[in-house]
Design a protein around this ligand. Structure first.
Ligand SMILES: Cc1cc2nc3c(=O)[nH]c(=O)nc-3n(C[C@H](O)[C@H](O)[C@H](O)COP(=O)(O)OP(=O)(O)OC[C@H]3O[C@@H](n4cnc5c(N)ncnc54)[C@H](O)[C@@H]3O)c2cc1C
Length: 574
C-alpha cells in the first residue's frame, strides 16, 4: 500500500510539504486538513492587501499562473486532498489516526496515517489589558481578520488607528493604514525602540524618523495599559502618558506556537509550548514530523532554541519534512534570523544578531558601520545605504548585519550575502574578500558589504578608532558632557559652515579633507578631535594621517553624517 500522509495546517509549511512529497512519492495519498476555508495564502502579503496595493484577497491565494489555490486546485493540479473547514481534534499515536471534525456538518471521523505532519502554525498573543476584547480590536493572524479590517476601512468607519507593537507586522500595518487610506495612525511600542532585538537602536531610529516623516505617530517606551470603548466598540487606547482615540486597534505583540494537539498527544514540547523536533524535523514520535511556526528551532549563532515565525523558514522546513518522509536524508541546520521589511519609501533589513543582542549573548562584540553608495556614485539612481556588520572581536567571526535604505533591492542583496556568510561561520576576512557581482548600475567595484568588512578589519586590528554614535549624540545634546571634545568637520566648508555658525569655531572646526595635510598644524593638540565626514571613509583616512603626525587623540564617527542625518535630530542646523 502507498504511504498515507496527513498534514494538519494548510497555509505555508503544510502545502509546501504536501506538494513536495507528492512530487517525490507520486503514489502517496496526501491529505491536508485545515479548520479554515481559506488555505495556502501568502500571509506575508496581508498588509499589502489591507493597504490596497493588492486589491483582491484572491491574489494572495493565486499561483503566478492565476489559478486559485483551493481544494479543487490541490486535487486536480497536485493530486493532494485538501479538507478545509475540518478541525483536527486529537492524535491517536498508537493506532496512527487523527480524529477530525467537519465544521460544517459537525461530523467526526478518524483519518489514518503512516506519517503525520504538524504545521499548525502560531497564534497571536493578546495583551491581558482591559478592553482587549472590544469590537474593533484585531490581531493579524489570518485572511479573515485582514478582510474584516479592510471592509471597515472601505465603509469609512476608520479615521484613527492605533497599532500596539512596533515589530515588523505592526509597522507594516501602520503603513497600510496611513499610506493609501490616510488614516491617522499611531504605533505604541513598549520597548525603547522599534524592531526591538532585531536591529540596533540607531537603525531603529532611522526607521522611526522615516515613519514620522510619513505621518505615523511613533511612541516608544510606551505600552498600552487599557483599551476603552463605548457600546462595546473600541474608542481609545490608554497609556501611562496619553490617551489616543482609535476606531480600530491592531495588536501585534508576537505569537506563540499552536501546539495543543501535539501536547495532548504526548509529543515533546518546550516550556514555551514549541513542538520539539530533531534535525530531520521529526518530533519525539518518529512517525510524526512538524514544521513552520509551531516548532522549536535552533539559532545557529547562539545555539539556543525558540520559535522563528517566518514564512521564509516555514517553506524551507516544509520541504525538508517531505524529503525525509520520501527517504531523502535532509537536515535543518537552524536559523540565524534574516528579515527585511518595507516602510513607505524605505526598507530595513537585518540578519544574525544585533550588537545589543550579541553582547547580551556573551559575545565580545563590536560593530562597523558604513554609509556608502549602493551603486556607482556616478550612476543616476545611486543612493546611500547605511550598513552595519557586527563581529566578535577575538574570533573575528561575523555575527550580524543590518541595512537601511531606499525601497530597492540594494539592502536586500547585501543582507542576503551577509546571511550566507554568517550561516557558514565566515570571518571579517571572508566577507572582505567575498566576490560580489559588479557593474555600475548595480553596485560599486568594491561593494559596500566588502567595504564594511574592511572597516571591521581596521577596527578589530586597532587601525581605526570609533566614537560611538550614542556618545556623539549625547555630546551634541550637551557639550559640557565632554568639554575636551571638538568636532573636526572635513567636508566641504559650505557644508560645515552652518555648524560652525551655530556651535562656534571652538567646538566645530572646519578643515576640508584636501587641506588637512597642509593645515594640520592649526589643529589642537590638547583636545579630542571627532573626525566627521559624510560616510566615514575620508575620516578613517584622516585618522591615519593625524596619528602619523602625532595628533593621536582623535576618533572617527562611523557612518558619518549619512547615518546620523537620517535619525531626526533636533540640533541639526537649518
Ligand atoms: C501580517 C503578517 C505579515 C507577515 N510577513 C512576513 C514576512 O514578510 N516574511 C516572513 O518570512 N514571514 C512573515 N509572516 C509570517 C508568516 O506568515 C508565517 O511565518 C507563516 O504563515 C507560518 O506558516 P505555517 O504554515 O507554519 O503556519 P500558519 O500560517 O499559522 O498556518 C497554520 C494553519 O494551521 C491551521 N490549524 C491549526 N490547528 C489546527 C487544527 N487543530 N485543525 C485544523 N487546522 C489547524 C490554522 O488554522 C492555520 O490555517 C507574516 C505574518 C503575518 C500575520
Amino acid at each position: 500500500m502507498e504511504k498515507r500522509i496527513v498534514i494538519i495546517g494548510g497555509v505555508a509549511a503544510g502545502p509546501k510539504s504536501a506538494c513536495r512529497v507528492k512530487r517525490l512519492l507520486p503514489g502517496a495519498e496526501v491529505t491536508i486538513i485545515d479548520q479554515d476555508n481559506l488555505i495556502s495564502y501568502g500571509g506575508c502579503g496581508i498588509p499589502y492587501y489591507v493597504s490596497g496595493d493588492v486589491s483582491d484577497e484572491k491574489e494572495l491565494r493565486n499561483t503566478s499562473f492565476h489559478m486559485t489555490r483551493d481544494e479543487s486546485f490541490f486535487l486536480k493540479a497536485k493530486g493532494v486532498t485538501a479538507r478545509t473547514r475540518t478541525r483536527a481534534l486529537a492524535i491517536d499515536r498508537k493506532n496512527k489516526t487523527v480524529e477530525v471534525e467537519d465544521l460544517n456538518s459537525g461530523k467526526k471521523e478518524l483519518i489514518p496515517y503512516d506519517n503525520l505532519i504538524l504545521t499548525t502554525g502560531a497564534q497571536p498573543n493578546i495583551l491581558p489589558i482591559p478592553g482587549a476584547d472590544l469590537d474593533g480590536v484585531f490581531t493579524i493572524s489570518d485572511m479573515h481578520k485582514a478582510i474584516a479590517i479592510k471592509e471597515r476601512i472601505a465603509r469609512g468607519e476608520v479615521g484613527k488607528a492605533v497599532v500596539i507593537g512596533g515589530g515588523a507586522i505592526g509597522i507594516e500595518m501602520a503603513e497600510a493604514f496611513t499610506d493609501l487610506w490616510g488614516i491617522e495612525t499611531s504605533i505604541l511600542e513598549f520597548m525603547p525602540q522599534l524592531l526591538p532585538r532585531l536591529v540596533d537602536w540607531d537603525f531603529a531610529r532611522m526607521l522611526e524618523t522615516h515613519l514620522t516623516e510619513s505621518k505615523v505617530n511613533v511612541y516608544t517606551n510606551e505600552g498600552a495599559t487599557a483599551i476603552e470603548g463605548e457600546e462595546g466598540k473600541v474608542k481609545r487606547v490608554v497609556t501611562a502618558n496619553r490617551t489616543l482615540e482609535a476606531d480600530i486597534v491592531v495588536m501585534a505583540v508576537g505569537v506563540r506556537a499552536r501546539s495543543e494537539l501535539a501536547k495532548a498527544a504526548g509529543l515533546a514540547v518546550s516550556a514555551m509550548g514549541n513542538i520539539m523536533v530533531n534535525e530531520r524535523l521529526q518530533t519525539s514520535d518518529p512517525a510524526i514530523y512538524a514544521a513552520g511556526d509551531c516548532i522549536e528551532v535552533k539559532n545557529m549563532l547562539t545555539g539556543k532554541g525558540g520559535i522563528a515565525p517566518m514564512g521564509s523558514l516555514a517553506n524551507r522546513e516544509g520541504r525538508i519534512v517531505a524529503d525525509n518522509i520520501a527517504g531523502i536524508p535532509s537536515i535543518y541546520k537552524g536559523w540565524i534570523g534574516s528579515f527585511i521589511m518595507k516602510a513607505f519609501e524605505r526598507c530595513i533589513a537585518a540578519t544574525g544578531l544585533s550588537l545589543d543582542a550579541a553582547r547580551a549573548e556573551g559575545f565580545d562584540a563590536a560593530q562597523a558601520t558604513t554609509a556608502q553608495s549602493d551603486r556607482a556614485h556616478f550612476f543616476p539612481t545611486q543612493a546611500v545605504i547605511p550598513l552595519r556588520l557586527v563581529f566578535d572581536k577575538k574570533s573575528r567571526r561575523i555575527l550580524g548585519a543590518q541595512g537601511f535604505g531606499p525601497m530597492s533591492d540594494a539592502v536586500l542583496s547585501r543582507i542576503d550575502a551577509a546571511a550566507a556568510m554568517i550561516s557558514s561561520g565566515a570571518t571579517i576576512d571572508d566577507v572582505s574578500q567575498l566576490e560580489m557581482a559588479y557593474a555600475p548600475p548595480f553596485a560599486t567595484a568594491l561593494d559596500a558589504l566588502n567595504a564594511t568588512a574592511n572597516v571591521a578589519d581596521n577596527l578589530a586590528a586597532g587601525r581605526l578608532r570609533y566614537i560611538e554614535i550614542k556618545d556623539f549624540l549625547n555630546w551634541m545634546d550637551d557639550f559640557t558632557a565632554n568639554p575636551n571634545w571638538v568636532a573636526l568637520d572635513i567636508r566641504h566648508p559650505n557644508e560645515a559652515k552652518i555648524f560652525v555658525e551655530k556651535y562656534g569655531a571652538d567646538k566645530w572646526l572646519s578643515v576640508p579633507y584636501v587641506e588637512i595635510r597642509e593645515r594640520h598644524q592649526e589643529l589642537p593638540k590638547d583636545k579630542t578631535m571627532l573626525v566627521i565626514c559624510d560616510a566615514g571613509t575620508r575620516s578613517s583616512e584622516i585618522q591615519i594621517f593625524l596619528d602619523h603626525v602625532g595628533l593621536t587623540d582623535n576618533l572617527v564617527l562611523g557612518g558619518g553624517f549619512n547615518v546620523i542625518r537620517r535619525m531626526g535630530l533636533t540640533w541639526w542646523p537649518s
